[in-house]
Design a protein around this ligand. Structure first.
Ligand code: SAH
Length: 375
């Protein structure tokens, strides 16, 4: 584990000032309009920040002197600093980033032949209580700001340098992105903006555990790739594994997926399915999956369960996973097995924990449940 220098300014900024990384292009245009400035100031500013790497308003020479002075006084640009860096044997990198409230979130870079995927966090901790996920154990602190979300991409790209490009972003880090809707959408708009990272909508993926009303909003608001954490094919089991299912059961979830798939003719939804030994990996489950996924243009991504301390689940055997894959593929559903990356540094799916001061007091609730059981 390597410590890197403390971030320069993130902790010391004046809270009354505006971090301009909180705005996407539309937001910036509105901000400048409020100052009586033309909308093209938004693209000028984006170019300075994201293409030139300039954070000092004084150096933004195509802005008028008075505007630069105003920005200096009322605004700032601050990227969350990387405080810990870990590099796995397979080249996966995990960074802990410091947020303004003292908590840390984690971001993971996964290099592959011809591409580099960044796995970005949307919240400090997570309010959902999926039973097989270690982020859930941390409890929940707060939503990340747009600046803290896009800041993960900026910080990662700066750290990687020009040789290693981030080509894909997946909102699959800590948190449930659709419970932080506005900030996540603004950050994804920024990732896809031609004046920033210019990623195509096929290379930006948001993953949700199934917050159905927000899925409909997303379909209207922002065209990115959608992944859905399914994990079970009947409500009884999904209620246990992904408790938000009690609020938005499978029927409603699949309807929201169909609505999203209508966005474009050949669009598919990626369904994620964690392979839990003896829990959701029977041939009956495979047949249930086929039936369910036939109702939506889908791809299936099987995720070998990544264990973490204090959790009783086990990963399905590789034979079971392969049999599952074959049965699904034979039924015409494109199915892949997610390669586990970075497990030696706890960077794999469901292993991100950061440093979270739990405001939901979930640890207390868990303790109570534990002692009741023991009694
Ligand atoms: N909250 C969002 C974003 C998290 S994405 C969501 O649920 O989709 C992280 C993915 O890894 C999700 O599919 C999640 O269910 C899965 N995951 C969580 N814990 C895991 C574990 N221990 N092993 C494998 N996959 C896990």
């Amino acid at each position: 584990m390597k410590s890197v220098p403390e971030p320069a300014n993130f902790m010391q900024v004046n809270p009354d000032r505006i971090n301009l990384l909180d705005y996407d292009r539309k937001g910036l245009a509105a901000f400048f309009a409020g100052l009586g400035e033309k909308p093209f100031r938004a693209t000028q500013l984006l170019k300075w920040i994201y293409q030139e790497g300039v954070e000092d308003f004084g150096l933004m020479t195509n802005l008028s002197k008075s505007l630069r002075a105003y920005l200096n006084e009322h605004c700032y640009i601050a990227i969350p600093g990387i405080v810990v860096e870990q590099i796995a044997g397979d080249g996966t990198r995990k960074w802990a980033l410091q947020t303004s409230c003292g908590n840390r979130v984690e971001t993971v870079f996964i290099p592959e032949e011809g591409r580099g995927t960044l796995c970005v966090s949307s919240q400090i901790g997570c309010a959902l209580a999926c039973t097989f996920c270690s982020t859930a154990r941390q409890g929940f602190n707060r939503n990340l700001t747009t600046a803290e979300i896009i800041g993960q991409v900026i910080a990662a790209q700066q750290r990687l340098g020009p040789e290693k490009k981030i080509t894909n972003v997946v909102m699959m880090g800590m948190g449930e992105p659709l419970l932080n809707f506005d900030n996540v959408v603004a950050a994804m708009n920024l990732m896809m903006d031609d004046f920033t990272f210019g990623l195509s909508k096929r290379r930006v993926t948001i993953s949700t555990s199934g917050v159905v009303p927000a899925m409909y909003r997303l379909t209207q608001a922002c065209d990115v790739s959608l992944a859905v954490s399914l994990h079970a094919v009947n409500d009884e089991l999904r209620d246990q594994l992904v408790p938000i299912n009690k609020k938005y059961p499978l029927k409603e979830l699949m309807e929201a997926c169909r609505d999203n798939a209508k966005l474009a003719p050949r669009r598919t939804i990626t369904f994620e399915y964690v392979m839990l030994d003896g829990i959701n990996d029977s041939m009956e489950d495979a047949r249930g999956l086929i039936k369910l996924l036939k109702t939506v243009p889908s791809k299936l991504n099987l995720i070998p369960f990544n264990p973490f301390p204090g959790n009783a689940y086990r990963c399905s055997s590789s034979e079971t996973i392969n049999r599952f894959k074959t049965v699904l593929n034979d039924a015409g559903i494109v199915t892949t097995v997610r390669k586990t990356r970075g497990e030696d540094i706890d960077a794999a799916c469901g292993q991100l924990v950061g440093q979270v001061e739990d405001k939901s007091r979930r640890h207390l609730k868990l303790k109570t449940v534990g002692s009741e059981r023991a009694a």
